[in-house]
Design a protein around this ligand. Sequence first.
Ligand SMILES: [Zn+2]
Length: 448
Amino acid sequence: MKFFTLVFSLFLFIETQSQQIIPCYTREIQDANEKKYSWYKRAVDDAFNEAKFHALESRKSDGFTDDSIYTINVVFHVLWNVAKENLHDSILKRQIEILNRDFGRRNADTTKTKFAFRSRASAAGIQFKLATVDPKGDSTSGVLRIQTDKKGFVVNLPGGFYSDSMKYTSKGGSNAWNNSKYLNIWVCRTKNKITNGMGQEEDKDDQILGFAFPPANMPNWAPNSSAESPELDGMVLHYKVVGDNNPNLMPASLKGGRTAVHEAGHYLGLRHIWGDGIDDCADSDGIDDTPDAKNKQQQTCDSLNTCTEATNPQLPDMSENYMDYTSELCTNMFSKGQVDLMRGVMKTKRKLLYSYGLSVENALLNPTMNLYPNPVSSELHVEFDLMEQVKCEIAIFNQLGEKVMSREVNHRFIDEKLNVEALPISFYTIKIISANNKVYSSKFIKLD
Ligand SMILES: [Zn+2]
């Protein structure tokens, strides 16, 4: 199977006059990278296969063998020149909600998943949250707002080159936070450089909607791989496709806030389900449970079967997959194979983004919360040193973020036994929230 067709993710071009979509730029950029770096193709292939190897370990029949939901800390860099590009917090927060809804398979439109694929669809066990602590340890909203004199950031350059200028403060953008601990998302007006009918270069708005880099920086990778240097790792989103409550206009097929879901899929190692080939069935995304498709489905909702499966059953194209270019009105699933791969990536290439449910603030403060037994059936033992004599609340939250148990304690050395027998079987987050607003969290599994 051919695995190396994706390196950058979505370069989606929309011809604004005709509303027709011009094919994605990925192949051209892939070609450029392969020409530039002799090791590139091999590095991409190796990285994917390593994640897949770990993916195979990660699912036992129908459940994860991991004991955690991975939570990724996000920092938005909102780069704005005119006021409307300076997206309101409510839009950014809504984008996080959409990511969590879709990655948690809590989207209402799961009912639209074709019957043939319902048993293949899965929640990812991966969630996103706005960072609450910055790299220096200070509190943050997780949103950086940078007024720039740039009236947009050109992504593609003549000759098959590309630009990451939005990721440099010195170029009117914003430098990344530690890319191994935060998912950096740059939100800006992106531009597409074209040559018009008069032979002149023109920078077009609203055509390139986003891109992300697949996992990089593995020990077996050459330096400066994938993202050309580590501080460029992350996702870029056009400001008009963030959230679904964004007043800036885009067609309905792009209003669902799912460009970010698609890009996060790439960031976590996924490829386009049609395998990035050119109208043939030979290219694969490398995932076993996404049927072959000849080509992308561009902003439509058609039910097609473009490829014959090598073995039965014969299946339609999985156009409802987030990694197609289907209208966002009709995408609603990741497959189990994709989920396994993303979780494989979280265990390997993106492992510093989380620490088994510990968020960045915990990693910075480096506390050790002892929870045992874990998994637990009846009594959960919690041991923790608050490092100061202060009142605190021990609280347990379910996967919806609802508080299901709480206890107040007033001593530095916490040594509590919580009876969790009545809680349903599931993953839970336990938080110790001190009176001076420090929050420490960890995860546990409740068994029968
Ligand atoms: Zn893509």
